[in-house]
Each structure stands twice: as C-alpha cells, then as structure tokens.
Design a protein around this ligand. Structure first.
Ligand code: AMP
Ligand code: FE
Ligand code: FE
Ligand code: ZN
Length: 286
C-alpha cells in the first residue's frame, strides 16, 4: 500500500487541478491520497468526481494556525485535518475568514511591491486567484516569475516573500487548540504537519506538542521532505511517548515545488487507525 496524506491542488497553492491531482496520484501508483488544500475544502467535489478506479481519496485540509512556541513566543503551525464534516458551521465560518484574510494580505504584499517599482499588478493578481479556494504566497511567486523578476518560485521566496523579508504580511491564523477542537467536533482527525521543519521558521518545543496531544491532537507528520533524520527520529519517539499516530507525506504542490507524489508515505497500519477514528466524512472510492 502506498499512501500519501498531504497534497495541494489549484484550490489552494498547488498547480494541478483536483482532477489532475488524482489522475497524477493514480499514475504515481498510490493506493490512497489525501487532498489537503490550505484552509479550504473547495477541491473535494472535483477530486471525488474524477477519482480513478483503484485510488482512494481522503478528504482533508491544512489549517493555518498559530501556537505558543514553548519559549515564551508564538509561531505558525500547520494542522492537517482529515475526514471531518465539511458542513460544520464553525469550521465553515473560520475557513471563510481565513480565506478572505489571505486574499487581502496578498493584495497588500503586491501593492507594496508595485509601490517599490516591481512589475506586479495587484488587480491582475487578485483576478487570477482561485475563486472559492485559498490564496497564498506561491500565487505571488508565480506572478514574479511571469514578470521575469525571478527565475523560479524558490527564488521568489528567497528574495521577496520570506517571512523575514520586506514585503511579508502576517495572517491572523486560528489558535491551534481551537482548530483541534473544531475538527474534533466535526468528527475529524488532526495531524500536526511538518512540526520540525526548521527552515520554515520558528518551531514548537516537544512540551507544546505534549500539550496539543492532551487537547486532542491525533498524530504527527514525521516523514516530510523538510524533516532531516534528526527531526524524524525525535518526532517518531515523541509520537510513541504521546500515543500519537505517525504519518509520512510528500506535501506535493505540483510545479510550485520539486517534490513528487508518493515521495514520502504513510504505513497501512497508521492509515487504518486514522480512518477508524474519523466520523465526520468517509474515504471516497471510485
Ligand atoms: P502562505 O500560506 O501564503 O503563507 O504561503 C506559504 C506557502 O508557500 C507554503 O504552504 C508553501 O506551499 C509555499 N512555500 C514556502 N516556502 C517556499 C519556497 N521556498 N519555495 C516554494 N514554495 C514555498
Ligand atoms: Fe502550500
Ligand atoms: Fe504546510
Ligand atoms: Zn502543505
């Protein structure tokens, strides 16, 4: 069984449409794939309708959250959420708030760039964003590539979009404990994404992960392209101590990143345990 539980489509900052993504997952030989767009379930219907025979679809999302970092400060964390009821009202309201905030924030970043003389048109950027989906810095990165300012998305992040850079605007993300509770109330299971991906910025301490486990976190994403072997070893041990599920996933974004589908995978045992705990929605079979 090859199972990849973290991917992005054009419903957020990936480059494959949901239909293209499930087709690519099937070609990559996956048995199950989760669609986890940032702060939206907008891709679920298209992915389900286009699901090739033999592939199972796990409906999910990656929620943008903020957490105490365990050192007296706060940091950004991403919470993977699976098999929750997409019609839960508190969830819909929070995702809508975040999506609007993401759009506005991207416009402000583009306006700052235009004011500095960079060839970025904020109106054109806004017009090209996914209508029901979730906007992110990769959309602005692609605009910079198209304008010839940088050669690729990675260079755009390094030079213009990094969180320590001059154009960065923060989002007001959901407190992670509230997000865990919201997903639990909607019958879903949560997994902390790339918790020790130090190159993304400040990360949480093991103590914070312990607190999240106590408040209902379901698992840790251990095998992730941004985790080195030390990070994986530490997180696997922590998951064992805390009784958390362990997942592995590619965090595929199409051509916005160089990672392939199925480059990291989740074991069949962990997958079954995750599915068993969920009551909010079901795995989709073609
Ligand atoms: P945002 O959600 O708007 O803050 O943008 C963060 C997203 O940008 C992440 O989900 C990644 O998909 C992407 N990202 C972050 N750093 C890079 C990078 N160096 N190269 C390509 N994509 C990146
Ligand atoms: Fe992303
Ligand atoms: Fe993430
Ligand atoms: Zn992701």
């Amino acid at each position: 069984m090859r199972i990849d539980l973290h991917t992005h489509s054009t419903a957020s900052d990936g480059t494959d449409s949901p239909a293209e993504l499930v087709a690519a997952a099937s070609r990559a030989g996956l048995d199950a794939v989760a669609l986890t767009d940032h702060d939206t379930t907008a891709g679920w219907a298209e992915a389900s309708a286009a699901l090739p025979p033999g592939l199972r679809l796990v409906p999910g999302a990656e929620l943008s959250c903020v957490s105490p970092d365990g050192r007296g400060g706060r940091c950004s964390v991403h919470l993977l959420a699976y098999l929750f009821d997409p019609l839960a009202e508190s969830l819909i309201a929070e995702q809508r708030r975040l999506r609007l905030e993401r759009r506005e924030r991207l416009r402000v970043m583009a306006e700052r760039m235009a004011a500095d003389g960079l060839p970025v048109d904020p109106d054109e950027l806004m017009a090209g964003l996914p209508p029901d989906g979730s906007a992110g810095r990769p959309h602005l990165a692609v605009a910079l590539v198209r304008a010839g300012v940088v050669a690729d998305v990675n260079e755009a992040f390094d030079r213009y979009l990094a969180s320590r850079g001059p154009y960065y605007v923060r989002r007001a993300d959901t407190p992670v404990a509230a997000a865990i509770e919201m997903i639990r109330n909607a019958g879903g299971v949560t997994v902390l994404a790339h918790a020790y991906a130090h190159e993304r910025g400040p990360t949480v301490t093991p103590e914070v992960i312990g607190e999240l486990a106590a408040s209902g976190l379901g698992g840790l994403e251990v095998d992730h392209p941004l985790h080195d072997s030390t990070a994986r070893t530490e997180l696997r041990a922590l998951a064992g101590d805390l009784g958390l599920l362990v997942t592995g996933s590619s965090d595929y974004h199409g051509t916005n990143k160089t990672i392939e589908l199925g480059e990291e995978t989740t074991s069949a045992e962990m997958f079954s345990a995750l599915v068993e705990r969920a009551t909010g929605s079901t795995v989709v079979n073609a």
